[in-house]
Design a protein around this ligand. Structure first.
Ligand code: LMR
Length: 396
């Protein structure tokens, strides 16, 4: 039966991790997969998470299934974190949500849900977008289209071109937007640009689909939620896929949230039944552990404070690493100005060099990052930044 299937190339992001592991060069540098690393190159369990785990080990007294929607405390805590304590949509019971197996699980649940509305739905994604958006949404049976987003020549957002394309969208179209810390470019919309986007969504009636995987990694937990909150507060319908992989460091626990904001509470309870039925048909019930940890952290004042400080420390470190890379590139004679890296947000930067240069730096210097020139800023350290800058300059 299976002889008809061909072998497939490695995933462009995950394949890099495998190649990195096999590279014997002691000075190799991994700027590939989007995982936070500390100065020693480790991805430690966050202290707030470790404390919540200790508590949960004492508290958990059964391994029976949790409810189909997941831990309600987790869902409520996450919705409040993302939408704000006084969110009118939350107060009006207009938000349906399920705990999902990671941000990917949330994206897939929402894509499957959209096919229940119509299989003709087009989902507009930024050019470029995170590579895995394509199979996660496309394999559910939806058509993907792209809108212009990032200009490699200017290292800036093509906002006018983006808006011109989105003017063609209307009711029945879905526009996928990165809530903050755009993956792969690190180039985020300004608040004024979000305001203009809201106006367009109000005029045209398209449905915003927000992917929020890096809340807190850009400018702060509140600041990064600006665009999402603006849309949710001013539009009848928005859908949201969120992840706790990065800001809680819970990568392997697969903790995400799929949420649907609808026009009124009656529609919302219908959507709750729909979204649970979609989840039941894919994986049945969510895993418990990660969601239970986030629930504990968000509802304990001291732990939450600790967690917020840890997010701030990660964000600050990444901002410092950006500045360090930019100045080391200049010191080592880079033929162009990299100041734009300091403006980009979150875990990623697009270095705006060619795929040939990316491959050359990988082959000659064992520096691993995606061909698009996306680097994981958190993979840089005080120890490797000089080597990195020299390697990059040597291929420019
Ligand atoms: C990334 O973009 O590197 C991360 O979101 C991990 C992944 O699954 O691709």
């Amino acid at each position: 039966m299976f002889e008809v299937l061909p072998s497939l190339p490695a995933d462009p992001i995950l394949g890099l991790s495998a190649a990195f592991r096999e590279d014997p060069n002691p000075n190799k540098i991994d700027l590939g997969v989007g995982v936070y690393k500390d100065e020693q190159g480790r991805t430690p369990i966050m202290d707030s998470v470790q404390q919540a785990q200790t508590r949960l080990l004492q508290q958990e007294d059964s391994k029976t299934y949790i409810t189909p929607q997941g831990h309600q405390g987790y869902i409520d805590g996450m919705l409040e974190l993302m939408l704000g304590k006084h969110s009118p949509a939350l107060l009006a019971n207009r938000v349906a949500a399920v705990q999902a197996p990671g941000g990917c699980g949330a994206l897939r649940i929402l894509a499957e849900l959209l096919t229940r509305v119509s299989t003709d739905t087009k989902v507009w994604v930024s050019d470029p977008t995170w590579a895995n958006h394509v199979p996660l949404i496309g394999n559910a049976g939806l058509t993907l289209e792209t809108y212009p987003y990032f200009d490699k020549d200017t290292a800036g957002i093509r906002f006018d071109a983006m808006m011109d394309t989105l003017k063609q969208c209307g009711k029945g179209d879905v526009v996928l937007l990165h809530g903050c810390c755009h993956n792969p470019t690190g180039a985020d919309l300004t608040n004024e640009q979000w305001d203009q986007l809201l106006e367009l969504a109000q005029q045209r009636g398209f449905l915003p689909f927000i992917d929020l995987a890096y809340l807190g990694f850009g400018d702060g937990l509140e600041q990064d939620a600006y665009g999402l909150r603006l849309l949710v507060e001013n539009l009848p319908e928005v859908i949201i896929a969120a992840s706790c992989s990065k800001n809680f460091g819970l990568y392997r626990e697969r903790v995400g949230l799929a949420a649907i904001v609808s026009n009124d509470s009656k529609t919302s309870s219908i959507m709750q039944s729909q979204i649970q039925s979609v989840a039941r048909g894919i994986y049945s019930m969510p895993p418990s552990w990660g969601g239970a940890l986030v629930d504990i952290i968000l509802h304990d004042e001291a732990l939450r404070h600790n967690w917020e400080n840890e997010v701030t420390a990660m964000r600050t470190r990444m901002t410092e690493l950006r500045a360090m890379l930019v100045s080391k590139l200049a010191e080592n004679g880079a033929p162009k100005e990299f100041g734009f890296v300091n403006q980009q947000k979150g875990m990623f930067s697009y270095l705006c060099i060619s795929p040939e240069q990316v491959r050359e730096v990988r082959e000659k210097h064992s520096v691993y990052f995606v061909d698009s020139s996306r680097v994981n800023i958190a993979g840089i350290s005080k120890d490797n930044v000089e080597t990195l800058a020299k390697a990059l300059v040597s291929v420019m």
